[in-house]
Design a protein around this ligand. Structure first.
Ligand code: SF4
Length: 174
């Protein structure tokens, strides 16, 4: 019999088992389905519809991640992963158990998340993430100089240091 924790359903647009462009090193990437931000110029508008993509479970994705060799970390992208924070928590915990770093992209700012803009579970999910790339994509701020970000307003936030400080602390590494 399966337990509830073995059935964290989620909708995804797809996965990439080995990516070198979604954070440092080689990373397992999950593109979540569903995004409420609708940024003009978004590269992935097919991920906006929360009913689109395909249904799977976070546990299935975690198993695929565990069976993937040569990884340095995982990246949760989209879409907006924090629309499905329970799945984020399962995947992040599985990655950390394997010694992998966890990056997460979101269209919400860190400050908005702290104020509960994406709900309590999204706030809880932050506790399981190492680096948050935050904020919407802003076409006028398109930047090729800011590595791992589409526009210069987006920040690479050290989430655990930020939660301890009560304000956004940059990773400083990139
Ligand atoms: S947050 Fe990301 S996925 Fe969502 S609309 Fe903006 S750029 Fe696209």
């Amino acid at each position: 019999m399966s337990t509830q924790s073995e059935n964290t359903r989620c909708r995804i647009a797809g996965t990439v088992r080995h990516s070198s462009v979604d954070g440092p090193g080689v990373r397992y990437v999950v593109f979540f389905q569903g995004c409420p931000h609708h940024c003009p110029g978004c590269q992935n508008p097919e991920t906006w519809d929360p009913a689109g993509g395909e249904e799977t479970t976070a546990e299935h994705l975690a198993e695929e991640m565990r069976s993937t060799r040569y990884l340095d970390g995982i990246t949760l992208s989209g879409g907006d992963p924090l629309l499905q924070p329970s799945a984020v928590i399962v995947l992040a915990d599985a990655a950390r158990e394997k010694g992998l770093s966890v990056w997460c992209y979101t269209g919400w700012t860190f400050e908005a998340l702290l104020q509960g803009a994406a709900g309590e579970t999204a706030l809880e999910a932050l506790r399981h993430i190492d680096v948050l790339v935050d904020g919407p994509f802003v076409q006028d701020l398109l930047s090729k100089e800011h590595i791992f970000r589409g526009s210069s307003n987006q920040r690479l936030i050290d989430v655990q240091a930020s939660l301890a400080a009560g304000e956004a602390v940059m990773t400083g590494a990139w």
